[in-house]
Design a protein. Sequence first.
Length: 188
Amino acid sequence: MALIEIKSGKYMVKIRKKGFPEISQTFETEEDANLFIKYKEDFFDQISSFEPSPKELITIGMAIDLKIQEQESKNASQKTIESIRLLKFIFSDVIDESIHDITEKRWLDIAMKLLSRKILSGKKDRTISFRTVFNRFNTLSTIFSYLISLNYIDVNPVHPIVQMLRNKEKTTPKSQLSSGSVFQDLEL
């Protein structure tokens, strides 16, 4: 915001912009004062455009930590907090990536990868259950919803995947949910 005051026949300019110190200068002519304002405001706008936004700085790991802190401040159960903390392990491939850089398509690819991942269960390998993947993405969706409430992002990129998984679960017989082929037609 710029203000021009006339004092003793001179033009005193004051410019205020959030995040910057106040600037003031006196000029002989109104034209010089307006040119100075234009120059400084353009400069501030250029500087501001180089500052990264929170969504460009916050990683998946940081987002998970923010949600854990929020849950701890609400005295949530240890089970709830641990289910959030577990996401750091499950999504370890993208833990250091910016929340802004991972698209819905990439999240779908991650879901597909999880659905086909083998884990050791007793003496044999088995795939991660559909319900487990759904629950993990549902928890991740709550983290993105929390980031929306903090105005860090505008859209929850995993919500469509949670909806798609929910619909798939409702329309597919339970016996087929354990077969990996049922997931091949998942698309955004």
